[in-house]
Design a protein around this ligand. Structure first.
Ligand SMILES: Nc1ncnc2c1ncn2[C@@H]1O[C@H](COP(=O)(O)OP(=O)(O)OP(=O)(O)O)[C@@H](O)[C@H]1O
Ligand SMILES: [Mg+2]
Length: 321
């Protein structure tokens, strides 16, 4: 599988007043053509920051992001704007990306208009095609955002994202704001689209159960760092990192959920140690060394990568690559 997106040693720190937040630290992640990579981690772990760096909405401090082998910085300056067409996004709040005064047809056609693709008749036909692709009926075209449900609005956003036939869609918590009953329908729609069109996705969620359903591989983030990456089945059935294990046992957790917080004892930024493994203050396996030694991702024979210093002590049969 050819590599589509390469995120290499990426760092991003936010400064507010005297305090600094290391939102992304030494992040390495690749996405192959047509591959779905899930990015999971609790609130504040740096998922959206990483998504925004890939989309060029934030500037990285150091490291490099390449799309089809070309530096993002160069692609963003490119006048042909092909990167802007090839990488699309679907965000958490479906209403924010849509203009309340415009019809759904207008919103779906907008990317075509901006990129001067087709004429008014061909765009009209394309809008109907895209509505069908996201299982909305033709009548939706003339409606306004206020007339649609959250799930229908997110379908419109997906249609809009598909309009330019992207190679990669960055999905930042695309189902988190929806009713639980609707979430599965939208995840299934993403899955269906992925199978039909072969588009690659970075699918972000704080919920491992959601990511598990759609991803080929999963990356687990905690406090700005990648804790573990691997094939979905390996991550979900034989996780190496104690944090991934904790996520699995909590299965769903939110900032608002006392139960989830209690189960996982969610971190707050101020509780993240400045040195060593960020999870060391919560980890049942932590020893003094974990609080001192800088973590490094290690590759194991199972194709999993984990930053746990004690991986081979916890799992004596685990072989390094
Ligand atoms: N523009 C900004 N200025 C200052 N701090 C920021 C900014 N954006 C993000 N942060 C901080 O960076 C950290 C990572 O935030 P980010 O939004 O990437 O997390 P997240 O994993 O997407 O969380 P959530 O699940 O809540 O969306 C947080 O501590 C956040 O407060
Ligand atoms: Mg976020």
């Amino acid at each position: 599988m050819a590599q589509l997106l390469q995120i290499l040693d990426v760092n991003k720190t936010f400064k507010s007043g005297n305090s600094k937040v290391k939102a992304c630290q030494e992040i390495n992640l690749t996405i192959g053509e047509g591959e779905v990579v899930g990015l999971v981690g609790e609130s504040g772990s740096g998922k959206s920051t990483l998504a925004n760096l890939v989309l060029g909405l934030e500037k990285l401090d150091s490291g490099s992001i390449k799309f089809e082998g070309v530096e993002l910085e160069k692609l963003l300056k490119d006048k042909s704007k092909s990167f802007r067409r090839e990488v699309q996004a679907v965000f958490q709040h479906p209403l924010l990306s849509l203009d309340s005064r415009k019809t759904i047809a207008w919103s779906i056609a907008e990317p075509l208009v901006i990129n001067k693709i087709g004429n008014s008749a061909s765009r009209k036909a394309r809008v109907l095609e895209l509505l069908a692709a996201v299982a909305l009926d033709e009548g939706t075209a003339s409606k306004y955002p206020s007339q649609l449900s959250g799930g229908q609005l997110q379908r419109v956003n997906i249609a809009r994202a598909l309009a330019l036939e992207p190679k990669l869609i960055i999905c930042d918590e695309p189902v988190s704001a929806l009713d639980v009953s609707v979430q599965a329908q939208i995840v299934n729609l993403f899955l269906d689209i992925q199978k039909r069109l072969g588009v690659a996705m970075l699918f972000i969620s704080h919920d491992l159960a959601v990511v598990r359903h759609i991803s080929d591989r999963i990356a687990v983030m905690y406090a700005g760092k990648i804790m573990e990456i691997g094939d979905t089945d390996d991550i979900c059935e034989s996780p190496i990192h104690p944090y991934t294990q904790a996520l699995l046992s909590a299965s769903t957790f939110t900032e608002e959920s006392d139960e989830g917080r209690e189960k996982l004892k969610l971190f707050r930024r101020e509780e993240v140690p400045q040195k060593g493994c960020p999870f060391s203050t919560r980890c049942p396996h932590a020893i003094a060394l974990c609080r001192e030694e800088e973590i490094k991702i290690q590759s194991f024979a199972s194709n999993q990568e984990s930053s746990c210093l004690r991986a081979q002590e916890i799992f004596p049969n685990l072989a390094k690559k």
